[in-house]
Design a protein around this ligand. Structure first.
Ligand SMILES: [Fe+2]
Ligand SMILES: [Fe+2]
Length: 399
């Protein structure tokens, strides 16, 4: 089946980058028709004449900023996928202005990340734009705001003066999050002989990147109050998220994925079911019904959620993470953790790892492994090995 050519517009004030964009997709010229514009005004002129499938814009540009431009694109062509390239700290501040249909490429980016984002944009963007999902997100009592402690840690890591002590000081500001991080550090998975009792030791043992992901997950988690929903335990969910994050990252490392990809899988694993907390918090009665329906009819929870809410916990969490501007690899892994076949990216990725980890680290999810998808991305023969890895990890965790 011939694939329709997609039209993409890159907007960037740096001449060097603009040239790079011009040739970036040259090897995929049967799929992408590339146009470039040096600033927001030039881009608007092009956009007034015709629509594009995707607009990729730099954030900081003289004259019209990337945010102003994408806000105009949204008005003019609501169906266009909007991607911004920026530092994540800018992104967190800009999230409200952008609405959530955009995706985000962190700066400094590499060509691989940009191409991988474009490869997944069609399916992911359409998924996040789904009316039912947006309707459900609108019913949330409050959407958790961007976790400020997480932002502080990113800023600290990015700063040339960053130190373990400074990161530990940020963590220590919140006793609840400190407790959660010490709990994870002291869990058997890390195999420490002496218990860790201070944030500094925790950062030393875990590394900055893991602490960053843990703070994100712990802060989202702690923004929800205890849930009254029957047959749902937030504590049990937290344990599931930790196990899944750990296993997803281990699987990525086994497959020799890069550091960033492995960390993305860890973060996505730790966040993938946050939508359940959102539902339990905002729509407890309906969520209780969904849980009961899944049990009574012996169907997966997402199927019951679709029936009751028109969208799923996976979609809801992805919607929130998209709103916060998390990298597309993480948003995608969360969005499709139950339905990986819906992703356009047909290769082993953080999504594959989270999908498999979710099924292998929890008996009740074991039936949800999509073997056809694993075959499609060429890793079906790795499953036995991954089963062993999961069993080893589970042994360590309960030792
Ligand atoms: Fe899930
Ligand atoms: Fe899960």
């Amino acid at each position: 089946m011939p694939i329709r050519m997609k039209r993409i517009l890159f907007v960037e004030d740096s001449e060097v980058l603009l040239q790079l964009y011009g040739i970036l997709l040259a090897d995929e010229s049967d799929r992408w028709e590339t146009t470039v514009a040096p600033d927001g005004q030039a881009a608007m002129e092009l956009l007034r004449r015709s629509a594009f499938d995707v607009v990729v814009s730099d954030m900081q540009m003289p004259g019209m900023s990337g945010i102003e431009l994408l806000a105009e694109v949204r008005k003019l062509h609501p169906q266009t996928s909007r991607i911004i390239i920026s530092g994540i700290t800018d992104q967190a501040e800009a999230a409200d202005l952008l609405n959530c249909t955009h995706l985000f490429i962190p700066k400094p980016f590499d060509v691989k990340t940009l191409k991988a984002t474009l490869a997944r944009i069609g399916s992911l963007d359409a998924y996040l734009k789904d009316d039912q999902l947006r309707g459900l997100a609108g019913k949330m009592r409050t959407l958790p705001s961007f976790p400020t402690l997480y932002l502080e840690i990113i800023r600290e890591i990015e700063s040339p003066k960053s130190s373990i002590q400074n990161i530990a000081n940020i963590v220590a500001k919140d006793p609840g999050i400190t407790a959660k991080i010490l709990q994870v550090t002291n869990s058997a998975a890390f195999g420490l002989t002496e218990p860790v009792t201070s944030p500094v030791e925790a950062v030393q043992q875990l590394g900055m990147s893991t602490v960053r992901s843990l703070v994100l997950s712990a802060q989202v988690y702690s923004s929800f109050k205890a849930s009254p929903v029957k047959n749902f335990s937030a504590e049990a969910l937290w344990t599931h998220l930790m196990k899944c994050g750990d296993l997803a990252r281990t699987l990525m490392r086994r497959e020799h994925a890069s550091f960033t990809e492995s960390e993305d899988a860890f973060t996505a694993g730790m966040l993938h079911d946050m939508g359940k907390l959102m539902l339990a918090d905002s729509l407890p009665k309906e969520f209780e019904k969904a849980l009961a329906l899944a049990k009574a009819e012996n169907i997966p929870l997402p199927a019951a959620e679709l029936e009751i809410f028109g969208a799923t916990h996976a979609g809801l969490a992805a919607y929130l993470l998209g709103l916060w501007g998390l990298p597309a690899a993480i948003v995608e892994a969360v969005a499709f953790h139950h339905t990986p076949e819906k992703s356009d990216l047909k290769k082993f990725s953080a999504l594959t790892a989270v999908h498999v980890a979710n099924a292998l680290c929890d008996e009740s999810e074991a039936g949800n492994l999509n073997l056809d998808y694993l075959a499609e991305v060429g890793v079906a023969d790795r499953l036995d090995d991954w089963h062993d890895t999961a069993a080893e990890l589970a042994m360590e965790q309960t030792a």
